[in-house]
Design a protein around this ligand. Structure first.
Ligand SMILES: Cc1cc2nc3c(=O)[nH]c(=O)nc-3n(C[C@H](O)[C@H](O)[C@H](O)COP(=O)(O)OP(=O)(O)OC[C@H]3O[C@@H](n4cnc5c(N)ncnc54)[C@H](O)[C@@H]3O)c2cc1C
Length: 1165
């Protein structure tokens, strides 16, 4: 197979020799050019290319499209079937203006034709005027404003138009496939990119560049970059090219399949805003750049993939304030960062992203216990040494092992000396793991730069100098952050220091067996025998490494058994397993005794495998396996088939033994959630470094992924340490943290709200929470669980994914663990539960005293564990005003509470007959927490009277009151509201709710929905619709006639004739934010006609937005001034922004009893 580069060069050569030997370097003619495109596009070429790029492009474009009602696009050098036509309809319908600059007349004609097809709406059906397609020469630093509408090529029939030079574009897509221009040099010129950036509409206009992997864009900083792996092969069938290409491409031997095949290169999709793209200078003025261009990555970057990537820059902070500046710079510009620790992963460098090299934080030392900070645990260390190891971020495993050994100590670390902090932050599997656990288990304290603010945070116990800073309520607690850093660290902060427990340094007795293998049957048998033996017979102080590799042209099984002892004399006598191993593998090949440093050189990879003398590059993925030794699974078969299909003789499979102390730690004690495995199996694809850019490197990577894919269903999880944003890692990442994934997703949102570390192992995205969360509350015995189950069932029948869960389960489990109570009976046996009720309640209260945020944690854990459902019913909540207390935690979901009430008589019936029907009793209802006091100053969203026998009443209730919240028209309305990032100042995502009124059908849809929701929540008429200028006027004026009510207008003081009543109002958060960026917020008063609302009128207040609640509080106070009682008032708003705690202010101001309904909820401002 050949690359596109070689194909292009060959075509140029042919064109040169065939037609103009006198003018070498002649650019391809339009015909040659288009022909090349056609061949690559033939068969499934475009379809496949569009299918692989479109999902990523859609994701990149969504924030921009959400912030605009209309989008104008300029495509530079698009393919003749513009990829924009493949976008999902909700995106492409916003494209109203389309311009293209095309390098070649024939391609321009094809593009024009694609828009002019008479019998179809074309790729962009909502264009307001015909597309403007112009031809431009790319070879000579083009100026977009001077391109002409004549292509000058007699063969084309294209009608072209000049790009309007005065116009700017919301979106510019620049394709740099490397096919343009007379030379194979594919780097887009910085001047061209600069010109494209200047044509963007400000703010937030987006330039998206699609180019081949490995290109530098000369220090431009991307907002986001997606690397699309090479997607297999293109098949070229044009007969006249065969001769040219035969020497270059691989050709199928099968007669019926005579085609030349070319591998498509890996692609990079990078998005830039004008402001962030050129912001590098601002950072490098403060933090020294190690390297601007990345032709030669620094030696610390050892990973082959990473070395091929061109970051915007690599900076090396040496002072703490410089570290902080890196994060603050990223936050200011909305860009991501990567971090270089030991440089062994593929994700420490990323195209067009600034990498922070931790080289300024070298060294490791031992500190005395008692020198830790306030969080220090004090007390004795495992080995009684009184010392802990303290490593700075650039220390390697070798540094730390050597430092600890100087005091005859050890830290459980990985097996290779050059591996860095990435290993400790993500697990750290080494020879001491069975005895002392993983590296992350030995971590006692960590110092990080917070990704939310750039502040330094110390969590756990570290020497006194590293004290924690105050954190705001939205940041994870210290215990949560330490929990997350122990296993998923690269997502949660930039680590500068870490403290480890130490253990007495052991001596290692290393025994090896090297067994040449015959056929597959023998390999399978041996693997199973060894797998069974080590799991059954090895004590904790022993661990085995098993390697399947090639020696010469023969397969070999290498087994290393490491036996540790802190008593040198006994080391050779402790294990009988070696005799058993010799019984199945024959005599051992070698036996040596080494210390913690010497053990590095005994690694099978280092000591036995042949590399032909040259340097190698590798690509690895690791999965956790159990039951290798058993015949009733086919793990051994997959391993054998994998090694037999190895693309290079250097590839190998490595099995590192687990069990022992690894499994002693419960899966939810740290973020490292995969604990139940016998072996960590590393699939190592290795190739000679001299072939870095050749096909074999890519084929080897494909092999690793293929084997990982086959093993994944047979595995008990994947190791996160090597995983990143490559789409092929997604399936592995989903299995990397066991049941901790949902908690991690929640903590990521808190710890890294702007996703600064966005290129680490992917966690599920935040907006995966359910759309509708219903808290089912009420007295004990009211039938909450029964109703929740019925509602979940009826909504499931209607086609929604719904589930009912009890929030008190976690408390019951913790209570059972602490007291020895039977958790099964606590969850299911009502009488047993009643018996424990008082002590359960006391247990909960003491827990909340120690961890005041525990109710929130439990709530979020339940929500994030249900990211697969659309509607979640939660029972067992005991908070007085749950929607007020929790809605800000799930700002993208609608949170409702339904109070289930039961009359005295009905309650007695249910209790006396002791069944769950006809009036549903609570079978699993919580008694973990005290029942809530009835709160006269809080009004639940809905009340259900559970007084009627059977399911009919709850079903009717769900249909009437719950289904309207799932109406697809609500989403249609939400889609009309633009979100504008960083307006009116950075960090605020502004939602322009009044867009609804500007949309052709917006106001009528909104009015219809307001009316419908009002009647589903109220059974009375409205006399007066009250509204406040300006947003309220728009929506209320449309609604009032349909409710048969008259309108009452509230205006700023001084605009209504007397007599009026008035109250002061403080500025909204948006006015305050504008003031922060310049103008002063005015304190103002609002007024209404004193006699406009009779005292006994039924009043509906309608407003556009509920955010901080200040305006609404002022309106309710004003109505009070006019003599209207709060119980006669209800409120409807078009959009609610729960993050601003508006309901909390209403309740504090005495309006908690007022019914407040909102049509839409948004997470932004
Ligand atoms: C030859 C080889 C041998 C290996 N042996 C073992 C082994 O025995 N046991 C084992 O468990 N694993 C092993 N691994 C896997 C190894 O743990 C991972 O590749 C790990 O990610 C490497 O960490 P690093 O710091 O060297 O690499 P890097 O690429 O520098 O970092 C890896 C990740 O951690 C992040 N990171 C690094 N430093 C910081 C920091 N200070 N703050 C925040 N994030 C940071 C990076 O951004 C990146 O996402 C091995 C890998 C190789 C290549």
């Amino acid at each position: 197979m050949a690359s596109l580069d070689t194909l292009k060069q060959a075509l140029l050569d042919k064109a040169t020799t065939a037609t103009a030997s006198s003018s070498p370097g002649r650019p391809l003619t339009d015909a040659e050019y288009s022909h090349g495109f056609e061949i690559l596009a033939s068969a499934h070429g475009w379809a496949r290319y569009h299918a692989s790029v479109t999902p990523h492009l859609s994701e990149l474009l969504t924030p921009l499209f959400d912030s605009r009602l209309r989008i104008s696009v300029l495509e530079i050098a698009p393919d003749p079937k513009t990829i924009l036509g493949s976008l999902p309809f909700p995106l492409k319908r916003k494209i109203t203006r389309y311009n293209a600059l095309v390098p070649n007349g024939l391609l321009a004609a094809s593009l024009q034709e694609c828009f002019s097809t008479a019998d179809s709406p074309g790729p962009l059906p909502c264009l307001e005027r015909p597309p403007a397609i112009s031809r431009i020469a790319f070879g000579e630093a083009p100026d977009f404003r001077t391109c002409t509408d004549s292509d000058g090529d007699a063969t084309t029939t294209t009608t072209t138009t000049t790009v309007d030079s005065n116009k700017k574009f919301d979106l510019i897509l620049l394709y740099n496939h490397g096919l343009y221009g007379p030379t194979p040099n594919p780097n887009p010129d910085r001047a061209l990119l600069q010109r494209a950036l200047e044509l963007l509409v400000e703010p937030n206009g987006l330039l998206v560049v699609l180019h081949r992997e490995g290109l530098s864009l000369d220090g431009l900083v991307a907002r986001r970059t997606v690397v699309l792996p090479s997607d297999g092969v293109f098949r070229a069938t044009a007969a006249e090219w065969r001769n040219v290409c035969r020497a270059l491409g691989g050709s199928s031997r099968r007669k019926e399949d005579r085609a030349l095949v070319f591998r498509a290169p890996g692609m990079v999709l990078a998005s830039f805003t004008r402001q962030a793209a050129t912001a590098l200078g601002e950072l490098t003025a403060k933090v020294p750049p190690l390297l601007r261009r990345t032709e030669k990555p620094p030696p610390v970057v050892k990973n082959a993939e990473a070395r091929l990537r061109c970051p915007a820059a690599i900076v090396r902070p040496t002072e703490t304030w410089q570290m902080q500046e890196c994060v603050r710079w990223a936050l200011r510009h909305g860009v991501g960062l990567t971090v270089v620790g030991g440089g062994h992963s593929g994700h420490c460098l990323w195209p067009h992203v600034v990498a922070v090299d931790m080289g300024g934080w070298q060294g490791a030392l031992l500190v005395k216990l008692g020198d830790e900070g306030e969080g220090g645990e004090g007390g004795e260390e495992e080995g009684g040494s009184g010392l802990r190891a303290h490593a700075f971020a650039a220390s390697t495993t070798g540094d730390l092992v050597r430092t600890a050994m100087r005091s005859k100590l050890a830290v459980p670390l990985g097996a290779r000396p050059s591996v860095g902090a990435g290993s400790w932050l993500q697990g750290g599997i080494g020879h001491l793991a069975r005895l002392h656990g993983l590296s992350c288990d030995a971590v006692v304290g960590v110092k990080v730069v917070s990704l939310a603010s750039g502040e330094i945070r110390s969590v756990g116990s570290l020497p006194g100098a590293c004290q924690s800073v105050e954190t705001d309520a939205e940041s994870p607690s210290d215990s949560d952050l330490l929990w997350a850093l122990k296993g998923a660290g690269p997502n949660f902060g930039i680590l500068t220091d870490v403290g480890f427990k130490t253990y007495p340094a052991p001596t290692y007795l290393i025994r090896k067996w090297l067994v040449p293998l015959g056929d597959g049957i023998e390999v399978r048998r041996r693997l199973r025998d060894v797998g069974k033996l080590v799991v059954l017979e090895l004590p904790r102080n022993c661990s085995a490494d098993v390697c399947l590799y090639c020696h010469g042209d023969r397969l070999r099984l290498g087994v290393t058994m490491l036996e540790t002892s802190t008593d040198k004399r006994s080391v050779e006598t402790t294990s009988t397993a070696s005799a058993s191993m010799s019984a199945i593998l024959g005599p051992q090949t070698s036996c040596t005794t080494v210390d913690g440093v010497g053990v590095f050189d005994t690694e099978m990879y280092v000591s036995e495998m042949q590399h032909g003398g040259g340097k190698t590059s590798s690509f690895k993925r690791s999965l956790f396996l159990k039951h290798l030794g058993e015949v009733d699974n086919n793990i051994a078969d997959v391993l054998v088939a994998a090694i037999e299909a190895r693309p290079t003789p250097l590839c190998y499979l490595h099995l590192a033994q687990g069990g022992g102390a690894v499994g002693d730690v419960s899966a939810d004690a740290t973020a490292f959630g995969c604990r139940d495995w016998d072996f960590a199996c590393t699939i190592a694809g290795v190739w000679p470094r001299s072939q870095e850019r050749l096909e074999i490197a890519q084929t080897t990577v494909d092999w690793v992924y293929k084997v990982a894919e086959e093993l994944l269903p047979l595995s008990s999880g994947a190791y996160s340490a090597d995983l990143g944003p490559d789409p092929r890692d997604a399936a592995l990442a989903a299995r990397a943290f066991g049941s901790n994934l949902s908690r991690l997703a929640r903590l990521k949102r808190e710890a890294d709200p702007r996703n600064v570390l966005r290129y680490a192992c992917p966690l599920p995205k935040a907006p995966m929470e359910p759309k509708l969360i219903v808290l089912v509350t009420g007295e004990s015995g009211a039938g909450k669980d029964y109703c929740a189950d019925v509602w979940a069932c009826i909504l499931t029948k209607q086609g929604f994914k719904a589930r009912a869960v009890s929030i008190s389960e976690a408390t019951k489990r913790e209570y059972a663990a602490a007291t020895g109570a039977d958790v099964g009976r606590l969850l299911r046996d009502r009488a047993y539960k009643e018996q424990h009720r008082p002590s359960l309640a006391a247990f909960w209260e003491s827990q909340v005293q120690q961890r005041p945020r525990l109710p929130e944690e439990h709530f979020l854990n339940v929500v994030y564990a249900a990211t697969d459902v659309t509607v979640l019913f939660i029972t067992g909540m005991r908070d007085e005003a749950p929607v007020t207390a929790f809605s800000h935690l799930v700002p993208d979901s609608r949170l409702l509470d339904v109070r289930v009430q039961i009359s005295e008589g009905a309650s007695r019936t249910s209790q006396t007959d002791g069944t769950s029907g006809p009036i549903g009793g609570d079978s699993k209802e919580s008694s973990a927490t005290p029942a809530p006091a009835v709160d006269s100053d809080y009004r639940p969203s809905l009340v259900f009277h559970n007084d009627t026998a059977g399911d009919d009443a709850p079903i009717a209730f769900a249909n009437k009151h719950l289904l309207p919240f799932l109406d697809s028209d609500l989403q249609r309305l939400a889609d009309m509201v633009r979100s504008i990032p960083d307006f009116p100042r950075p960090g605020i995502e502004f939602r322009h709710v009044l867009d609804i009124a500007q949309h052709p059908s917006g106001l009528s849809l909104c009015t219809h929905l307001l009316e419908r929701h009002f009647f589903s929540g109220h059974c009375h008429d409205v006399d007066k619709v009250v509204c406040c200028e300006a947003g309220g006027f728009v929506f209320a004026a449309a609604l009032a006639p349909s409710l048969g009510a008259s309108l009452v207008l509230i205006r700023e003081a001084g605009k209504l004739p007397p007599p009026t009543v008035s109250v002061d109002i403080s500025p909204s958060h948006i006015s305050a934010a504008s003031a922060a960026s310049g103008s002063r917020p005015r304190k103002r008063a609002i007024e209404m006609d004193r006699d406009a609302v009779p005292w006994d009128a039924s009043v509906l207040v309608v407003d556009d937005v509920l955010a901080t609640g200040r305006t609404l509080c002022a309106v309710l106070r004003l109505l009070g001034e006019a003599g209207v009682a709060a119980e006669n008032v209800s409120v409807m708003v078009v959009a609610e922004f729960p993050v601003h705690h508006g309901r909390v202010l209403l309740r504090r101001s005495g309006f908690g009893g007022v019914s407040v309904q909102s049509l839409l909820v948004f997470g932004g401002a």
